[in-house]
Every structure is written in C-alpha cells, then in structure tokens.
Design a protein around this ligand. Structure first.
Ligand SMILES: CC[C@@H](NC(=O)c1cc2[nH]nc(NC(=O)c3ccc(N4CCN(C)CC4)cc3)c2s1)c1ccccc1
Length: 273
C-alpha cells in the first residue's frame, strides 16, 4: 500500500499558512480529486536545526493514527531540497486565529473542545504516544467545526525520553520546566492550560519575562481573574488538572465525567455556535 508520491500527483493551490521550517498549501490529488493540505518543509532548515529524526518520528506516529480529532497524515515524499507531508485538510483553519478573533470562548464551546481533546489524548496514550505540545497553534478546525490535533513534531513514544524544548514556555508543566522525568501526565497539564486559555483568552502563567513564567509554573501560581465570568465548575476542573504532582492530576477519563464537561460539552464533539 506504500504508494510513492511525487509532486506531479498534485495540483497545488493557495498557501494556507506557515509554521516552523516551511509552509502549507491547499492541494488536490489528481487521480482521486481528494483535497489535501500539502506541508512543504525545507531540508536545509531541518538539517541546521537537527530535527530530521523528529520529523521522521512525526511521520511514523501520525501516519498510524486514526481518530476524528487527530489530523490524518496520508503520506509523504521528498525531492532534492524539500520534504512534503500529505495531510488531511481542516477546512475551518487555525484555532488560535479563531480564539484571537473571539478573545475567549464560551463555556459550551470550551467544554466541547476540551472533551474532544480528552478523547483524542485517551486514544493517543492508549497507543503509548505523548503529544507534549498541545497548544492553540497546533489545533485546527474541521469542516463541521470539530477540533483536530495537528503537528506531532514534539510527540514521542513513551518508552524513549527526550527534552530540549523551544518556543513558548507557557504550556510546559513543572516536571518539564525542571527537566525531571516526565510521562503522559504532561498532556493533562497542557489540557488544563488550554482550558484556562479558551475561557480567559490568555494562558494562566503568562508573564513578560521567561524567568517569571518559569517561576509561576513551578509554583503553580494559578489565579482566576474576575473578568470574564467563569463558572466555579470550570475553575474546579482547571484546578484539578494544574497540579504540580503529575500523579495527582485528574485522569483523562475523569475529565470526561467532570460536571462542567457533562453539563457544557456538546455530546457530538462539534461546536455549532
Ligand atoms: C500547525 C502548524 C502546521 N500546520 C499544518 O500542519 C496544517 C495542516 C492543515 N490541514 N488543513 C489546514 N488548514 C489550514 O491551514 C486552513 C487555514 C485557513 C483556512 N481558512 C481561512 C479563513 N476562512 C474564513 C476559512 C478558511 C482554512 C484552512 C492545515 S494547517 C505547520 C507546521 C509547519 C509548517 C507549516 C504548517
């Protein structure tokens, strides 16, 4: 079944966006007329950042995953200078742009997204995969408004450890900031950060200086602003996920049973507005 894809199999359309090491374009696979997203990464940039092994892992992991809230990776190919990933097209675009536009999400929308992500993480952890980079920039919205986890660049199989993070610190749990051992509980922490950011529009430990964010994370200096109004049930869920001791974080199946999720999440996992 491993088909060898080439550039001429596709008709490339408009640029959809950009990320680290490259761009992503709308494309149509000529034989099937299937619309896809073609992610084009530059080998030169991958090499100088020494992330080729990470990309291989991203492809290896994402190509074997099948879940409605995880973006499909259909295949890949490369030429002299670039690597191409053939990805599922998420027709409603990037979640972080939607969050910026709305400032913050309603409790129903937030709970619906958090429930979808919890289900996706249960599936991932069941396959011994930790995503480790759950944040708005890595979330896309499908044609029916469903959430899709994209960009498995930082994901790992639980048996092998690694660290050296770059980018925002905001989403890192204490054990990763303190560079101690970490496991799948890191994704529960990130889900808590995400829930807070959906409801308030900013992550909980945001600060001007990295050093200040670091201090607030390791101290779990969690504060709930008075505005916008957020229900006590939502705050209770967030407080049970943002716990320093990773073993005491609310397990994902308990997240799905939490009253705030039960009362606010749309059972279909799709937010219809
Ligand atoms: C998450 C970053 C990552 N992105 C992917 O892998 C991506 C994979 C993938 N599949 N579908 C996408 N869809 C879009 O990017 C998209 C953007 C805007 C859209 N709209 C504009 C507003 N309009 C009102 C509605 C339609 C629709 C779809 C993306 S991004 C990445 C990483 C490295 C290099 C490039 C891209």
């Amino acid at each position: 079944e491993e088909k060898r894809w080439v550039m001429s199999d596709f008709e490339v359309g408009k640029p959809l966006g950009r990320g680290k090491f490259g761009h992503v374009y709308l494309a149509r696979e000529k034989r099937s007329n299937q619309i896809v997203a073609l992610k084009v990464l530059f080998k030169s940039q991958l090499k100088q950042s020494q992330v080729e092994h990470q990309l291989r892992r991203e492809v290896e992991i994402q190509s074997h995953l099948r879940h409605p809230n995880i973006l499909r990776l259909y295949g890949y190919f490369y030429d002299q200078t670039r690597v191409y990933l053939i990805l599922e097209y998420a027709a409603k675009g990037e979640l972080y742009k939607e969050l910026t536009r709305c400032k913050h999400f309603s409790e129903r929308r937030s709970a619906t997204y958090i429930a979808s992500l919890a289900r996706a993480l249960i599936y991932l952890h069941g396959k011994h995969v930790i995503h480790r980079d759950i944040k708005p920039e890595n979330l896309l919205i499908g044609a029916q408004g469903e959430l899709k986890i994209a960009d498995f660049g930082w994901s790992v199989h639980t048996f092998n450890r690694r660290r050296t993070m770059c980018g925002t610190l905001d989403y890192l749990p204490p054990e990763m900031v303190e560079k101690t051992e970490h496991d799948y509980h890191v994704d529960i922490w990130s889900l808590g950060i995400l829930c807070y950011e959906f409801l308030y529009g900013v992550p909980p430990f945001e600060a001007k200086e990295h050093s200040e964010t670091y201090r607030r994370i390791v101290k779990v200096d969690l504060k709930f602003p008075l505005k916008p109004f957020v229900s006590p049930a939502a705050k209770d869920l967030i407080s049970q996920m943002l716990v320093k001791n990773s073993a005491h974080r609310l397990p994902l199946h308990k997240v799905l049973e939490h009253p705030w999720i039960v009362q606010n999440a749309d059972p279909s996992g799709v937010y219809r507005g």
